[in-house]
Structure formats: C-alpha cells, structure tokens
Design a protein around this ligand. Structure first.
Ligand code: AMP
Ligand code: MN
Ligand code: MN
Ligand code: MN
Length: 291
C-alpha cells in the first residue's frame, strides 16, 4: 500500500466531502501525502492546507483540467502547482465559464426525454455552482429514480448518444500543460484507461499518439495507478510511461463514500520500473520502499 494519493475531489468540484473532511478521511486511512485535484478549480486548496496541517498530512496543490483533444475529452492533472499563478487561474476561469451554458443544454436535452427539473436538481448538488457538471446531474438522476446509482447513470444518460449528452469544447492540451508548467507544476495525463472513442475504449494507436503529443508539449507524467484501473492496466501503463519517458503517478480519483472505484489511500504500489512523480519534489520525502 502506498501512502501517496495524488488524485481526489472535494465539494469544490464534484466530490461529496468538503476539503476539510476529505483530508481528515485521508489521514484516517493512512495517507501521508495527498493531492487535492478538483476539476478546473483551485478553490479548495487553502482549506485543505489548513486541515492537512492539523492531521500531519502533506498537501500537494493540485488540479484536474478538462481538455479536448481531437474528438476526445481527456483530463490533465497538475501536481505541485502554484494556486496563486495568474495564468493558471485565468485559464481555469475560462473553462468554468463554459460549464453554465453546457448545463443549460444538458437540462434541455433531458427535458426532451421527459425528465424535467434537471437544471435546478443538478445545481442542488453543486456546492460550487461554477463547476456544475455531469456528476451533479447524475446525482439528481439517481434521486429522481432514473438510475440506481451514479455509476449506472453513465450507461444510459449524459454520454454520447444518450439523453443529457452535450458535446463541449474544453481547454486545448497545449494550454493546459502550459498553465500547469508555467505555475511550477507537473502535468500528468490522468487515468489513461478511462478514455473512450464513442462507446468503445480509446484504441492503443490513438492513446500512443496522445502520449507522444502530450510528451512533446511538455507533459511529464502518466497516472499509471488509478482507482479506475485494473492490475493488468497498471502493467500496461507502466510500459507506456517507460516508453514515453514519463514519470508515474498514482491516485484514487476518490469522489465520495460509496461513489468511487476506490477509497482514499487504498492503492497498490507503482510497478517497480516506474519513476515516481514525487522523486523530483525536494520537499516530499521518498518512502523507504522506494528509496
Ligand atoms: P464533466 O467534467 O462535467 O464532464 O464530468 C465528468 C465527471 O463525471 C468525471 O470527473 C466523473 O466524476 C464523472 N463520470 C464520468 N464518467 C463516469 C462514469 N462512467 N462513472 C462514474 N462517474 C463518471
Ligand atoms: Mn469527477
Ligand atoms: Mn478525470
Ligand atoms: Mn478525477
């Protein structure tokens, strides 16, 4: 078990716990080094830092940026970023600006399928309305009896070809990497096993093209171990990390109790051939088993 968890969400994006409660839960579960990586928003980091100081957890300032690459949506995690950086803040603000209009269109699409009240319903779950997104709609769809849980919402709603889906243009890959690096952070391609092409997983050729372009643009890390990956995927993505000379990261992608693949902290070690992303951070200790 690693005591690093470098990917999770609070109520500042689509998580269920406040930054304070999230850090407390991470500490209880043995996490020593935690990155809070809310979608497109840095608003939880100050609160998380306060909580981390009380629990002897080292907080890594993070973010998960929504990116459009070709016809795909991909997520770039920024680790060890500077939350005061103006260009990063402005970039994230530009992404948030698009979310409100998208939510309106999502609600209209659901209404055409006979599901009313979705906009108000989704906003009730968005503690931070600027980050309104599919998870908040999913929670409303569960509440209103259209699906048994959040995960199954994404089989019948909010995905391509289903009610509530709205195509959206997120940030450009080059910009997201630039904002992260410009603020002193490391850009990590999140959960490579989760990307899709239509209803199918993204093919290997496309993923390799994405990795090549990501590395070329200054991307430095790959999330080899993710709560949503299987053990064979850890091995596969470790090979990609080596091939593309990327550092490796690990994170649960925890969103809330009962709503995630994995709880905070419960992650297997990175495969041995991996160069951990934290090796480059002078202020972060390297654990014994990695030394
Ligand atoms: P958005 O940024 O508004 O498109 O929302 C994306 C979020 O929806 C992701 O960060 C996940 O939290 C959630 N999500 C997407 N697909 C799934 C899925 N298959 N199961 C559970 N949650 C999902
Ligand atoms: Mn999410
Ligand atoms: Mn993601
Ligand atoms: Mn995430």
């Amino acid at each position: 078990m690693l005591d690093y968890d470098l990917h999770c969400h609070s109520t500042v994006s689509d998580g269920l716990l406040t930054p304070t409660d999230l850090v407390a839960r991470a500490a209880e579960r043995g996490v020593k080094i935690l990155a809070l990586t809310d979608h497109d928003d840095l608003g939880g980091l100050a609160e998380a830092a306060q909580a981390a100081a009380q629990h002897a957890v080292q907080l890594i300032n993070g973010v998960e940026i929504s990116v459009s690459w070709r016809s795909h949506t991909v997520h770039i995690v920024g680790l060890h970023i500077n939350p005061e950086d103006q260009a990063l803040q402005a970039g994230l603000q530009s992404i948030r600006n698009g979310r409100g209009a998208r939510a309106q269109l999502m609600a209209e699409s659901l209404a055409r399928s006979g599901i009313g009240g979705a906009l108000e319903g989704a906003y009730r779950y968005a503690a931070n309305p600027g980050i309104i997104g599919r998870t908040h709609f999913a929670r409303f769809l569960v509440e209103s009896g259209h699906a048994k849980d959040v995960r199954s919402v994404f089989k019948n709603y909010l995905v391509k070809g289903k009610p509530g889906y709205v195509p959206h243009e997120w940030a450009a890959l080059a910009d997201a990497i630039q904002w992260i690096r410009g603020s002193g952070g490391v850009a990590v391609l999140a959960h490579p096993g989760r990307y899709t092409a239509g209803k199918k997983p993204m093919g290997r050729t496309t993923l390799r093209e994405l990795l090549a372009e990501f590395a070329e643009l200054g991307g430095q890390g790959l999330e080899v171990v993710s709560g949503s990956h299987t053990p064979p995927q850890y091995a596969e993505f470790a090979r990609y990390a080596t091939e593309f000379k990327l550092l490796s990261s690990c994170g649960s992608d925890f969103h809330g109790p009962g709503e995630s693949y994995r709880d905070l902290g419960r992650l297997p070690d990175l495969p041995l051939e991996c160069q951990p992303v934290w090796q480059a951070w002078e202020d972060v200790p390297v654990p014994q088993h990695q030394a």
